[in-house]
Design a protein. Sequence first.
Length: 119
Amino acid sequence: QVPLVESGGGLVQAGGSLRLSCVVSGRTFGTYGVGWFRQPPGKERAIVAGIPWTGGSIYYADSVKGRFTISRDNTKNTVYLKMDSLKHGATAVYYCSQYYRELSPTSFWGQGTQVTDSS
């Protein structure tokens, strides 16, 4: 399994911004890209954005379109999630994972990074 390490979470007020980082050391065979997944308290984990390894289209969940931007720096083996205009109730743990073409994640996750709405 390829290790993933997330960072960049913290306290943020509604309307604020954060940039999350995910260091991914390599590509798992058969995966389509790297995605960011969000898990609010008491709710299931769900993908919010995904970026293909090569070609293809970037995916955004409808709830974050126009506010979140996923990008990749191959020289640093890092995938970023820039989150702007965060809403009330944005508290969640954010995880990154490699995912398959149908947007389903692998079973391997990093430790996650906590984002907390401080409004």
